[in-house]
Write a new protein. Structure first.
Length: 269
C-alpha cells in the first residue's frame, strides 16, 4: 500500500455507511484520501464522515440512492464542486436476496436488485467518466463470487452481479489507451449488514443473517485487500481460496462447483 498514491486522491465511495464501505472509508481516510461518501442513511453517513476526518482524511457526505439516475449525477457534480476533480470511483453499494426463486412472492425484487447492483453502478460510472479520463483515474466495481458462479437462493443477486461484471469488463476494453483502469473485486462472505437487509421471500428484509458471521472474513480485512488491489490497478481481485479454486474447477468439473456453492449456502460460511 502506498501513501503517495492515496494521499489527496479524490475518491467517491458508494455504500459507505456500513459494512465493507465503512471499513474501506476509514482505512482510506487514514491514508489521507479526499472522500465523497454516498449512501441513503444520512445519519450513519454523517457519522462515518466524522470518523474519516478524525483519521486525517477529508470527507464529504452526499445522500444518494444510486438506483436513481438524478442522484448519481448529483453525486458526481457535488464531488467536482467540492474537490475540483475525481481520481477514483468505487462502486460498492449493493443489496441482496436470500430465497429460492420458487418461493419468491414479489417479482419486483428482481428489478430492485438490478437497479441498484448493476444500473446504479453503471449510472454513477457514466457521469464520472469524463472526469476520470482527465485524471487517468481508477474505476472499482465491487462484485461478489456470485458474479462468477451461480448461487442457490440468490439467483436475482447473482444475475445483477453477473451484469455488473459484463458491463465493467466491456468498459475496460473501451477505455484501453485512456489511462483509466477498471478493477473488479470479488469478495466471498464478509461480515456485513447486507444479509440482514437482504430480501426474503416476502420482499421484506430478513432481519437476521443466515451466515455464521463470526466465521467469515471481517470487513476490515476485506477493505485492506481491496485497497491493495486499487493501488496496484489490478484487473480483478478474487478474495478467497474457494473462489480462486472455483474458477479452475468450473472449467473441468462444473458440477463440483455447483455442489460447493450449495454447501456454502447451507453451512452459511
Amino acid at each position: 500500500m502506498s501513501n503517495s498514491v492515496l494521499r489527496e486522491n479524490v475518491m467517491i465511495l458508494t455504500g459507505a455507511s456500513a459494512g465493507i464501505g465503512r471499513a474501506l472509508a476509514l482505512q482510506l481516510a487514514e491514508q489521507g484520501a479526499w472522500l465523497t461518501l454516498a449512501a441513503r442513511d444520512v445519519d450513519r453517513l454523517a457519522s462515518v464522515a466524522q470518523d474519516c476526518q478524525k483519521r486525517g482524511g477529508r470527507a464529504l457526505s452526499v445522500r444518494t440512492d444510486i438506483a436513481v439516475e438524478a442522484d448519481c449525477r448529483a453525486l458526481i457534480e457535488k464531488t467536482v464542486a467540492e474537490y475540483g476533480r475525481i481520481d477514483t470511483l468505487i462502486n460498492n453499494a449493493g443489496i441482496s436476496m436470500w430465497t429460492p426463486l420458487d418461493q419468491l412472492q414479489d417479482l419486483s425484487i428482481l428489478e430492485d436488485l438490478m437497479r441498484v447492483n448493476y444500473l446504479g453502478a453503471a449510472q454513477a460510472t457514466f457521469y464520472a467518466l469524463p472526469y476520470l479520463k482527465q485524471t487517468r483515474g481508477r474505476i472499482v466495481a465491487v462484485s461478489s463470487l456470485a458474479g462468477k458462479n451461480g448461487v442457490p437462493t440468490r439467483s436475482g443477486y447473482a444475475a445483477s452481479k453477473h451484469a455488473m461484471v459484463g458491463f465493467f469488463d466491456s468498459l475496460r476494453i473501451e477505455l484501453a489507451g485512456t489511462g483509466v483502469s477498471v478493477t473488479l473485486i470479488y469478495p466471498g462472505f464478509v461480515t456485513s449488514e447486507i444479509r440482514e437487509r437482504a430480501f426474503g421471500a416476502d420482499g421484506k428484509p430478513l432481519g437476521k443473517s443466515p451466515v455464521r458471521e463470526s466465521e467469515v472474513m471481517t470487513a476490515e480485512e476485506c477493505a485492506r485487500i481491496m485497497i491493495n488491489a486499487i493501488v496496484r490497478r489490478k484487473r480483478e481481485e478474487v478474495m478467497t481460496l474457494r473462489g480462486k479454486l472455483g474458477q479452475w474447477l468450473k472449467l473441468i468439473a462444473p458440477g463440483m462447483v455447483d455442489r460447493v456453492a450449495r454447501k456454502a449456502i447451507e453451512e452459511g460460511k
